[in-house]
Design a protein around this ligand. Structure first.
Ligand code: ADP
Length: 454
């Protein structure tokens, strides 16, 4: 096992990693920016090292400073968390060159699965369902038109190196497609330094269903079943749950097993999520693979009892997975609401500033992952998520009731958060009946009057 793990991240995920590392007997070193000087999670680390000013580009994204912090603190491993450098293959490579274990996949596996075109090829080889469309990058408009003729409109042009929804264009006719091909390639080249784009079928009414997987360095890979993350706003997930409701167990198992097979073929080590869109007839189409731990991992931990963060540290240290596929069973239902410091009444405007009141809910099956406490000042520099409220119960109906009760107990002020919106969403008919698609929250927000204040 590692002696000392450096955490190249901040906030709730830094705290989550500290807790896992401590249980495994590892010391922790946190790097932080000047804007995070008073971050409560830093008190929990054995050491904290300032690596630069508030803007991420000058601190949490500075590979040179993170590596020198690891070297001066004699850390033998780095956990990247999510966001920042978590899916940066060159960073994983620098760690390897410096003899520091990157807690995650090899740079080769990350690059293979991180590129959407090579990832699609891997999926096809493993029998993971993919969208019909081009198998290779497309430059020639005639070739794109030919693909569209074969699969039918609407189609979507996507960047091989895409992320954050950039480099995507929906095309409903030939003109759209020719225009979209050029503009997506241009946007992708500017954003990612890689202008390769491809064309696939565009699904109108889809749910987002994803499969959590874990692999080790001994050729093993398992899945931890699926999650539903259909409740989103502008492609940002708001509510996640496990297992995904209303998926036939046979279809679920087949898709989950194909996801694990794909990672096994890629000789993948660590936590990964294979994301899919699912249509109303339960046809699955792979979107992409996230080669890191995800924000929503706790709902899977709740229903499987597997500690995903601890497991990924153990496998990085060379241990085989501590669970085999047949050990993993689903128990009950879990839901997570992301608590964002944003004002849903004012266009989700971020709410940095002093948190004066912060009382978290408790009780059976209630988990709050947060780095915030009363007296903490939220810096304006980073993502607005200030915590996650997770509930676990015997079934989905009970989980919804438990979430409603827990949201009622959660008191945060004077800053505004997304909690009142969550209370509405979990009571709304499309959510209760899981008769929804990835645009349902946006439709509800457009139709409805502003959310009442907390
Ligand atoms: P990124 O890496 O930029 O987030 P994704 O491939 O994950 O890109 O796609 C982002 C979002 O775009 C998806 O969550 C979905 O809402 C939409 N999307 C992507 N591909 C399709 C498709 N083929 N059909 C319908 N929607 C799509």
């Amino acid at each position: 096992m590692f002696e000392r793990i450096l955490i190249a991240n901040r906030g709730e995920i830094a705290l989550r990693i500290i807790r896992a590392a401590r249980e495994l007997g590892c010391e922790t070193v946190c790097v932080f920016s000047e804007a995070d000087r008073n971050g409560p999670w830093l008190e929990q680390a054995d050491q904290a090292i300032c690596i630069g000013p508030g803007p991420s580009a000058e601190s949490y994204l500075r590979i040179d400073r993170i590596i020198s912090a690891a070297e001066t603190s004699h850390a033998d491993a780095i956990h990247p968390g999510y966001g920042f450098l978590a899916e940066n293959a060159p960073f994983a490579e620098v760690c390897r060159d410096c003899n520091i274990e990157f807690i995650g996949p090899s740079p080769e596996a990350m690059a293979l699965l991180g590129d959407k075109i090579s990832c699609k090829r891997m999926a096809r080889e493993a029998g993971t369902p993919i969208f019909p469309g081009s198998e290779e990058a497309i430059e020639d408009p005639d070739e794109a038109l030919q693909v569209a003729r074969e699969i039918g409109f609407p189609v979507i042009v996507k960047a091989a190196a895409g992320g954050g929804g950039r480099g995507m264009r929906i095309a409903r006719n030939n003109d759209d497609l020719v225009e979209g091909l050029a503009s997506a390639a241009q946007e992708a080249a500017a954003a990612f330094g890689n202008g390769a784009v491809y064309v696939e079928k565009f699904l109108e009414h889809a749910r987002h269903v994803e499969v959590q997987c874990l692999g080790d360095k001994h050729g093993n890979a398992v899945h931890l079943y699926n999650r539903d993350c259909t409740s989103q706003r502008r492609h940002q997930k708001l509510i996640e749950e496990a297992p995904a409701p209303g998926v036939d167990p046979e279809i679920r198992d087949r898709v989950c097993e194909s996801a694990a097979a794909m990672l096994r073929n890629a000789r993948y080590s660590g936590a990964a999520t294979v994301e899919f869109l699912m249509d109303r007839d339960q046809h699955f189409y792979m979107l992409e693979v996230n080669t890191r731990v995800q924000v929503e991992h706790p709902v899977t931990e709740a229903v499987t009892g597997v500690d995903i963060v601890k497991e990924s540290i153990r496998v990085a240290a060379g241990a085989p997975l501590s669970v085999e596929q047949h050990d993993i069973e689903l128990r009950g239902h879990a839901i997570e609401c992301r608590v964002n410091a944003e004002d849903p009444d004012r266009g989700f405007m971020p709410q940095p500033g002093l948190v004066e009141q912060f009382a978290i809910p408790g009780g059976m099956g209630v988990r709050v992952d947060t780095h915030v406490r009363a007296g903490y000042r939220i810096p304006p520099n980073y993502d607005s998520m200030i915590g996650k409220l997770i509930v676990h119960a015997g079934d989905r109906t009970e989980a919804i009731a438990r979430m409603d009760s827990a949201i009622g107990e959660f008191q945060i002020g004077p800053i505004k958060t997304t909690l009142p919106l969550h209370k509405r969403l979990i009571a709304a008919a499309p959510f209760v009946e899981h008769d929804f698609d990835i645009h349902w929250v946006e439709r509800l927000l457009e139709d409805a009057a502003p959310v009442a204040a907390d």
